[in-house]
Design a protein around this ligand. Structure first.
Ligand code: 13P
Length: 340
């Protein structure tokens, strides 16, 4: 493990005013989003779409790292450049999703555990050769009647820590993602409680496995009310509760916290991040974004599977990247949406 390389990579991923573009949807997820818009789910379309996301050179000003799916890391852009090379040219660190998805946790109805540890060391070696310098593994925690169980929190935290250790051995920065889903009627208090418990077990396990905190990035959910909760917390409360939670679970040595958007609208996700950074205070870690849907959904609609829309759609994602780049500095204002 080369700790200096890991800390330099992590610093580049969450550099000031930059965040991470999650464009690592697995085939089923990507196909589901294409199908919703009536876009044919072909390899050629996935390639054209991802070419579009990285078309604008200015993306490199707001994006420090991009997470790819296995297929994309092996593809070239429409200009014939391997995607990892295109990213490097933009000053964006190439990353790769390495988990094999969340599967039903045995004997625990309604709960999931993420798979993919078997053979991971060899896959990581190949991904490094292909140009990846960081990786992502997503654990999924569901809030419901009597869940999450301790068994679920424990199993997921353990898998995340073993994955993170394998990554660091290969000089890949692990993005450690314990996602507490925000679907449901739960209150923000319940969201806090579960997020806190999930993060706490993750850091216990990371410590147990000897993971170097200076060479990782945490990718958590924000502490928001369940989407169907009758009384939803406002932006300010979300910012305060999220920071309160992180402050009690995330050691100072962690260089960056890059949030997932988890089904928030584009502007909500931007406003929440901005509010946290605008609160100020001397936080030990950088707070930024690692959004999938909240960066891509408007651009996917604008593209709509039509090569003639590539130029326009590329400007749509550039705009979202710019808004979130501003939010990462606490400098976003809703008027900036109109100015574009
Ligand atoms: P969303 O921002 O769409 O939640 O996706 C982020 C991600 O990479 C989940 O693993």
């Amino acid at each position: 493990m080369n700790l200096q390389q890991l800390t330099e990579t992590a610093a580049a991923m969450v550099a000031p005013g930059k965040g991470i573009l999650a464009m690592d949807e697995s085939h089923p997820t990507c196909n589901k989003r294409f199908s919703k818009l009536g876009i044919p789910t072909t390899e050629a379309n996935r390639r054209e779409y991802r070419h579009m996301l990285l078309k604008e050179d200015e993306m490199g000003q707001y994006i420090g790292g991009a997470i790819l799916f296995d297929e994309t890391l092996r593809q070239t852009t429409l200009n014939g450049k391997p995607f990892a090379e295109r990213l490097t040219e933009l000053g964006i660190v190439p990353g790769i999703k390495v988990d094999k998805g969340a599967k039903d946790l045995a004997l625990h109805p309604g709960e999931k555990v993420t798979e993919g540890l078997d053979g991971l060391r060899d896959r990581l070696a190949e991904y490094y050769e292909l140009g990846a310098r960081f990786a992502k593994w997503r654990a999924v925690i569901t809030i419901g009647e009597g869940i999450p169980s301790e068994a679920c929190l424990m199993a997921n935290a353990h898998a995340l820590a073993r994955y993170a250790a394998l990554c660091q051995e290969m000089n890949l920065v692990p993005i450690v993602e314990p996602e507490v889903l925000m679907d449901g009627t739960h209150t923000i208090e319940r969201s806090y409680e579960v997020t806190h418990a999930a993060q706490q077990s993750v850091f216990e396990q990371l410590d147990e496995q000897g993971v170097a905190l200076a060479g990782m990035v945490l990718k958590p959910n924000m502490v928001v009310s369940g989407y169907e909760c009758p009384q939803r917390a406002d932006v300010h409360q979300v910012a305060e509760e999220t920071i309160r939670c992180l402050s009690s679970t995330v050691p100072e040595a962690v260089p960056g916290v890059a949030f997932l958007s988890g089904g928030q609208t584009d502007e909500e996700a931007t406003e929440h991040l901005n509010a946290m950074n605008a609160l100020g205070g001397n936080l030990p870690w950088r707070l930024t974004f690692s959004y999938g849907r909240a960066l891509q959904q408007a651009a996917m609609q604008a593209w709509n599977g039509d090569a003639g829309n590539i130029d326009h759609a590329a400007k749509v994602i550039l705009h979202r990247a710019k808004m979130n780049g501003a939010a990462a500095r606490g400098a976003y204002k809703p008027e900036m949406e109109q100015a574009a």
